[in-house]
Design a binder for this molecule. Structure first.
Ligand code: UN1
Length: 498
């Protein structure tokens, strides 16, 4: 399988239209099998400098290409991605572990983003406005910012890369991109697709490597005008502080502690399905994963039984096999973190009713697998109810009313996604108003954002910016106010007003 899908043993950076070999590399491990599948560069600060230099030069030309023509490249990227969808999906499963069905979904998300942002090439709407003086015209236009630095995570290595790079490129910026070293195959493939689609050299540059070296070099580079980052809160906070010192624009998408709320009038069968899908799909390794269930005490036991029944149907294993529903955990550090939270939950007095263990039998020996895990009778003050675990672990928190459910939902430092299952239309509208998260679902789980809507969260999840949707263009453009005075005389604003 491995040999057929991969045509080389070492990946290269792509800078200024050329593939560049690195001096140092590290292994990329398939988390389902423990095998090394390829080597990825660990680049240096000099590699970043080269890429930024190339991007800076290329950006000047690229910004002069009319946006509808820039968009033609994205239409072509979308077409090629569609043609290669199956190949990309298999590679994605190999490097990330997510099951093939979900990998296909993620690649589709990238294809959708390509066509959507390509369409933006013919919009990139600004605004015309009335000026306060006679014979004067006023408008606000979007201008590209320059060179942007992208730092993307391993859990959605192609979708998130498209959320950021496509709007950046269609808006006339040039990009230096540091993909996660755990999942470089998607970056390599996307780069190849851009080349085939005819993107001019230097507009997109890929530099693989560690956060400590390549990430820092991007964040600190004086010619990088904006950083867009998705990843952990600790790293995001450090990046924000460094960008703050330099007055550099930064867009952050970080953690979540997303909850499904189940009211006493809910369709419980549907709620259980939504919970199991959004808690254990992708082995819980989504920023949007459900990790809390806020359940009305009147239906708590029935809901528990339904969840336990559905968990039994989840086959765990290598995501390339058709019947598998839950793949491996990305790496040892991720697995250890999950294990530590199982201990924390038990010590805090939550009741473990399913899972809780790493799978180590013959079938699982080579990979990193963890059972879908359910705690119940958790309280909101527990660490398992507050902190992001990033694994297949969910905690049920019983509540006595709708108002209490909303309060519990909002009592965490994060604000990415939330959901409510209810048949009461009044509760639906109150919930969408009162849930303090960037994404709200009604009668669905917490995952499944579509690319033409803004993706991001409130509070500790981010810093007010959004990925995807037309709103992503706000990250990668400056608003420029343009005044054209055609009166032929000096007209002073605020003074010569009649
Ligand atoms: C992420 O978890 O970082 O809404 C992205 C979803 C997907 C994207 C998740 N469309 O779950």
């Amino acid at each position: 399988m491995t040999e057929k899908l991969l045509d080389k043993e070492v990946l290269m950076n792509y800078v200024n239209g050329e593939w560049i070999e690195a001096n140092e590399t590290t292994d990329v491990i398939n988390p389902a099998t423990g095998e090394s599948i390829i080597k990825v560069p660990l680049s240096s600060q000099e590699d970043v400098d080269q890429a930024v230099k190339a991007a800076k030069a290329a950006q000047k030309e690229w910004a002069l290409v009319p946006a509808p023509m820039r968009a033609e490249v994205l239409f072509e990227v979308g077409r090629i991605m569609k043609e290669k969808k199956e190949h990309l999906s298999k590679l994605l499963t190999m490097e990330n572990g997510k099951v093939l069905e979900e990998a296909r979904g993620e690649v589709q998300e990238g294809i959708d983003m390509a066509y959507y942002m390509a369409g933006e090439g013919r919009r990139l709407f600004g605004q015309t406005t009335n000026a306060e003086l006679k014979d004067k015209f006023a408008m606000s236009v979007r201008a590209p910012i320059g060179v942007v630095g992208l730092i993307t995570p391993w859990n959605f290595p192609i979708a998130i890369a498209t959320w950021k790079s496509f709007p950046a490129i269609v808006a006339g910026n040039a990009v230096v991109w540091k993909p996660a070293t755990e999942t470089p195959l998607m970056a390599n493939e996307l780069m190849k697709i851009f080349i085939e689609a005819g993107l001019p050299k230097g507009v997109l540059n890929v530099v693989f490597g560690s956060g400590g070296t390549v990430g820092d070099a991007l964040v600190n580079h004086k010619d990088i005008r904006v950083i867009s980052f998705t990843g952990s809160n600790d790293t995001g906070r450090r990046i924000a502080a460094k960008c703050g010192e330099q007055l550099k624009k930064v867009s952050l998408e970080m953690g979540g502690k997303n909850a499904v709320t189940v009211m006493d009038d809910a369709d419980l069968e549907l709620a259980a399905e939504g919970i199991v899908w959004s808690a254990f799909g992708t082995s819980g390794q989504r920023c949007t994963a459900c990790s809390r269930v806020i359940v009305h005490e009147a239906v708590k036991e029935d809901l528990e039984q339904l969840i336990l029944k559905k968990i039994k149907e989840l086959k765990i294993g290598n995501g390339l096999h058709d019947d598998v529903k839950v793949g491996p955990i990305i790496n040892k550090a991720g697995l250890e973190k999950i294990k530590s939270y199982i201990k924390i939950g038990k010590d805090e007095g939550a009741k473990l009713i399913a899972g809780g263990n790493e799978l180590t039998g013959d079938e699982y020996a080579a990979g990193l697998y963890f059972e879908p895990t359910v705690f119940t009778d958790a309280t909101i003050d527990m660490r398992i109810s507050q902190e992001e675990i990033f694994g297949p672990v969910v905690s049920l928190i019983p509540v006595g009313s709708f108002e209490e459910a909303i309060e519990v939902n909002n009592s965490v430092e994060y604000g990415l996604s939330s959901s409510i299952f209810t048949r009461d239309v009044n509760k639906v509208f109150k919930a969408q108003r009162d849930l303090d998260t960037g994404i709200v679902y009604v009668n669905a789980g917490t995952t499944g954002a579509e690319i033409h809507l803004p993706f991001g969260g409130t509070k500790g999840t981010g810093n007010g910016h959004r990925d995807s949707g037309v709103q992503a263009l706000d990250v990668f453009t400056e608003w420029k106010a343009v005044y054209v005075d055609y009166s032929g005389k000096l007209q002073r604003a605020q003074i010569d007003v009649e």
